[in-house]
Design a protein around this ligand. Structure first.
Ligand SMILES: Nc1ncnc2c1ncn2[C@@H]1O[C@H](COP(=O)(O)OP(=O)(O)OP(=O)(O)O)[C@@H](O)[C@H]1O
Length: 307
């Protein structure tokens, strides 16, 4: 299998309620998430990330479209598709009188995991809650509760783990521990999907990133490429139309834009703009106008999501 998740034409419209009009939260999203990846789902508040995740988790009904999870069409095989995914939610609500061990056992029961296949002790160990296994949830710190939520998402050994804003308001130590766990799970073969507001975190953790805004997918790229876009500068040249290009310094990536201009991306640390211009002039390429563009990831994000 190549894709852990395949989403096609996904739409969600929340019905009008009271004075609030109907809300189109997802407007036809197509998205494939490769198996084995750590995939980042980014977007500003209200973009539709939680809606998308909740549809994947089977918590929100889609209005239209097709969702395939681990090869199972959600509409045809709801049970199997749900069993393939575990979700660590944002909110920390949990029963105050349950111990971590009891919470995990109850959750396993909900998923129909037979007693002989449960891995409660290992899970407690994995998230560092062995010592708190018998403590009441109300006596757990915020960090411990979050770790318990991670363990709960894993009781049925899903192939896909979804983390919704896992580090919002979390201190550095816990954040490091969470990422450590996530990396280990990923190395063991689990596909990870996470939403985060921290671009830096997404950069460090994710192989690929999708950005959604106003319910639409606006970019989906390997993080490396997104960063190359961020690290590099772009020289934009009006050559009066398409012309043959001479060899350019290594690392320069020319591309013709739809408006007929030539955009050359280049790493400013290794190549100077005037080297590129010289190379073009030397080959007789006419240069009617020149501009430079220098985005970083923050800029790319803001540019893509403010409209
Ligand atoms: N149950 C609901 N009923 C009506 N509208 C909703 C409901 N849930 C979400 N919305 C609306 O749908 C849009 C998308 O919301 P969603 O929670 O999916 O965004 P998000 O990207 O997860 O945002 P955040 O980062 O703030 O969690 C928003 O305009 C939101 O107000």
């Amino acid at each position: 299998m190549t894709n852990a998740i395949d989403i096609a034409g996904l739409r969600k419209t929340y019905r009008a309620q009271g004075n609030a009009p109907a809300k189109e939260a997802l407007k036809g999203v197509d998205l494939a998430i490769p198996a084995g990846s750590i995939f980042g789902l980014l977007g500003p508040n209200g973009a539709g990330k939680s809606t998308l995740i909740n549809i994947l988790a089977g918590l929100v009904n889609k209005t239209a479209g097709k969702v395939t999870i681990w090869g199972f069409d959600q509409d045809v095989n709801p049970r199997q598709s749900r069993a393939a995914i575990g979700v660590m939610p944002q909110e920390l609500n949990m029963d105050p009188f349950f111990t971590p061990r009891a919470s995990l056992e109850v959750q396993a029961g909900l998923y129909g995991v037979p007693k002989s296949e449960r891995w409660t002790d290992q899970l407690l160990e994995l998230v560092g809650l062995t010592d708190q296994a018998e403590a009441y949830a109300r006596n757990l710190s915020g960090g411990m509760r979050r770790r318990l939520l991670l363990a709960k998402a894993l009781v049925h050994r899903p192939q896909i783990l979804v983390l919704d804003e896992p580090t919002a308001g979390v201190d550095i130590t816990l954040r490091a521990m969470l990422w450590d766990n996530v990396r280990r799970l990923n190395q063991a073969g689990m596909t990870i999907i996470l939403t985060t507001h921290y671009l830096e975190e997404a950069e460090q953790m994710c192989d690929e990133i999708a950005i959604i805004n106003h319910g639409e997918l606006i970019v989906r790229q390997a993080t490396r490429e997104l960063l190359a876009r961020a690290d590099g500068k772009t020289l934009v040249i009006d050559a009066g139309g398409r012309v043959d290009l001479p060899p350019l310094p290594q690392g320069a990536r020319p591309e013709w834009r739809e408006d007929g201009r030539l955009a050359i991306s280049y790493p400013p640390s290794r190549i100077r703009a005037d080297q590129l211009i010289d190379a073009l002039r030397g080959a007789g390429v006419p240069i009617a106008d020149v501009a430079t563009e220098a985005p970083d990831l923050e800029d790319v994000f803001v540019e893509l999501t403010t409209s």
